[in-house]
Design a protein around this ligand. Structure first.
Ligand code: FA5
Length: 364
């Protein structure tokens, strides 16, 4: 290994020979410093302030030179220093590249390893039921409309002919957004209790004839039990045109129920009350489990109540500038979870919301 010689002869020729010998050693050692560790050693050996080769050159050549030779020696030592710095920088780059190369080599991918198997998801049974319902009505020429889940009192109640403080509001136990006392009652926000407000929003936008269904999530302050959930889904339907009759409502719902539960299913319409329909009905189907003989799901009655419906109340047309003398229509609203319970024979509505894979996997 190169060691810095003491100089006796300071003639230019002797200085050139000494410098050439040092440079040859420097170049050779820089080439050998091919990885980060040997580079560190190389740099320290040549550049360290304390006893590095260049420091020794300073002491043994420059400081020891007689005055007349100092200029010559100084020039050569400076040139050597610059060359040494450049070679160190070059060696540093090479060592870093080599380190990256060996890291990449150790990280190569083993394509013979088995892949990670990700289980495929399927539609949730409630959404599957909703999709089936939508496709039944789309085939009958209905289009799909949507509205906001956070709704104003006006759309959820007032324009649907629920006057302020009317007891019919109590049938839909409402969750209100807090701190809105400053607002007029019709502007106060709430979580929509049904999808019927989308009827109003649709009629505000469309010129009749109208045939829409409005699927969506609704919220009520209902205590959870086997048939009630505080969050559930509804499918609303609205048909408005000239000469729409109660017969059209019956035919449409009868066809929809037969499409869902099979052609043997019968529908029954019993009088009921909703502020926004007149007359109003509750619609039941003959129990698809026992064919109407009586069983546990139908509580031995042979019938299962499924949805609310009726002819659009003329007062509702008043809120959207439709002329009740020329137009008539029907509307209906059904609970999607209740229909999914019927379709998949599920006896507790809560099962749909627990997220229990043992339950959900049965629909895969
Ligand atoms: C309504 O919400 C009316 N908007 C329906 C309607 C639309 C009538 C258009 C006339 C014309 P009701 O409150 O009965 O009606 O609710 C409709 C359906 O939602 C019920 O038949 C039931 O299937 C379902 N439902 C109601 N409350 C819950 C609940 N807490 N959990 C699950 N399903 C519910």
């Amino acid at each position: 290994m190169y060691t810095v010689p003491k100089l006796e002869d300071f003639s230019p020729a002797a200085l050139d020979a000494a410098a050439a010998e040092l440079l040859a050693a420097l170049v050779a050692e820089s080439h050998a410093a091919a990885d980060p560790r040997s580079f560190e050693e190389f740099r320290n050996r040549w550049m360290a302030r304390k006893n590095g080769v260049l420091t020794q050159v300073n002491d043994l050549w420059l400081k020891a030179a007689p005055s007349p030779a100092k200029r010559d020696v100084g020039q050569r030592v400076n040139a050597l220093k610059q060359r040494a710095e450049a070679l160190v920088a070059e060696a540093e780059q090479l060592a870093a590249t080599a380190a990256l190369g060996s890291k990449l080599k150790s990280e190569t991918i083993d394509i013979s390893l088995p892949g990670i198997e990700r289980p495929l998801g399927v539609r949730h049974p409630v959404l599957r039921t909703l999709d089936e319902l939508i496709s039944v009505f789309v085939k009958m020429g209905y289009s799909v409309a949507e509205g906001p889940e956070v709704e104003s009192d006006y759309y959820n109640f007032e324009a649907l002919n629920f006057p302020p403080n009317h007891p019919a509001r109590d049938t839909q136990d409402t969750l209100f957004i807090a701190n809105q006392e400053q607002r007029a009652q019709r502007d106060r926000l709430l979580l929509r209790t049904h999808t019927s407000p989308v009827q109003i929003r649709t009629m505000e936008k469309l010129v009749p004839p109208v045939r829409v269904i409005c699927p969506g999530k609704v919220h009520r302050n209902d205590a959870p039990d086997a048939t009630h959930s505080p969050v559930f889904h509804q499918l609303e339907g609205l048909c408005v045109d000239t000469n729409i009759t109660f017969g059209d409502l019956k035919g449409t719902l009868d066809h929809a129920m037969k499409s869902l539960f099979g052609s043997a299913v019968k529908t029954s319409f019993r009088p009921s009350f909703f502020p926004f329909t007149e007359p109003s009905v509750e619609v039941s189907i003959s129990c698809p489990f026992c064919g109407g003989k009586g069983c546990r799901p139908c509580k031995q009655s042979g019938w299962i109540e499924l949805l609310g419906a009726g002819m659009v109340d003329p007062n509702v047309f008043g809120f959207v500038d439709y002329d009740p003398k020329k137009l008539s229509g029907f509307a209906f609203g059904m609970g999607v979870e209740r229909l999914a319970m019927m379709t998949y024979n599920v006896d507790d509505i809560q099962q749909f919301f627990y997220g229990d894979m043992r339950f959900l996997e049965q629909f895969a």
